[in-house]
Design a protein around this ligand. Structure first.
Ligand code: SF4
Ligand code: SF4
Ligand code: FES
Length: 236
């Protein structure tokens, strides 16, 4: 490492990084996984989901947005933080309409995978039983808003990578939903199935049509290895 090396700790383990790196980036490089949902490696971080909150010198901070500093002490894998993360996940589950056994994304879904990793068995909060409008107007992609966790990945990917600004948020609080920049739905936008925005959704909300069950249940991304294991194993 150069003279610019920044040294800090995560759960007592010494980690090194470079100036400007976010805590999550430096942790990834060191093989330490911090749970996440709105973060995507090809998109700028926005700190929407709060799943990646760690404690920095005793204070809660989003690890995807906070740069590393020399000597900082980061707590990540603690019972207190994991309990907070389970609660964040529970809220996402009860605010939507998630029934994993019948969902085509089961096994490939990051929300479900984080739930398994963090030991969230079933929500303890009451279900809101949302019924948000489905958008199936596009020939190749549907938007099942009941599975949306408002992570904003599609908004960022469409604007930054595709240069189209197809997606945006509408409404506030419990009425906030993902929307598109056309009156009659996604089919009326410039969205193409090859767009980056079509492949960044961490849940089954944005889904390609006619691709149902091409990978059998049991052979999907998280069926055998927990989310984050690629990061943890890459460093060994
Ligand atoms: S989107 Fe994910 S969490 Fe929601 S029902 Fe489908 S598999 Fe389950
Ligand atoms: S549609 Fe998917 S990518 Fe877009 S905000 Fe909802 S969950 Fe995130
Ligand atoms: S991953 Fe950091 S706030 Fe969502």
């Amino acid at each position: 490492m150069s003279d610019n090396t920044i040294t800090f700790t995560i759960d007592g383990k010494e980690v090194q990084g470079v100036p400007g790196q976010k805590i999550m980036e430096a942790a990834d490089a060191a093989g330490v996984y911090i749970p996440r949902l709105c973060h995507h490696k090809d998109l700028p971080p926005r700190g929407h989901c709060r799943l990646c909150v760690v404690k920095v010198d005793g204070r809660p901070k989003s690890s995807c947005t906070i740069p590393i500093e020399d000597g900082m002490q980061v707590e990540n894998d603690t019972e207190e933080l994991n309990e907070h993360r389970r609660m964040v996940l529970e809220m996402m589950f009860v605010e939507g309409n998630h029934f994993c056994p019948s969902c085509e994304s089961s096994g490939n879904c990051e929300l479900q995978a984080e739930g398994y990793r963090l030991g969230m068995i079933t929500p303890t909060l009451p279900y809101i039983e949302s019924h948000r409008e489905m958008d199936a107007t596009h020939p190749d992609i549907f938007v099942n808003r009941d599975l949306c966790i408002l992570c904003g990945r599609c908004v960022r990917a469409s604007a930054i990578q595709d240069g189209k600004t197809v997606f945006a948020f509408e409404g506030r609080g419990i009425h906030k939903v993902i929307t598109v920049n056309a009156e009659h739905g996604l089919g009326e936008t410039l969205m193409d199935v090859a767009d980056a925005a079509a492949s960044v959704c961490p849940t089954g909300c944005l889904h390609t049509k006619r691709l149902g069950y091409t990978i059998p249940v049991g052979q999907r991304k998280y069926d055998h290895r927990p989310i984050g294991s690629d990061i943890e194993q890459a460093a060994h």
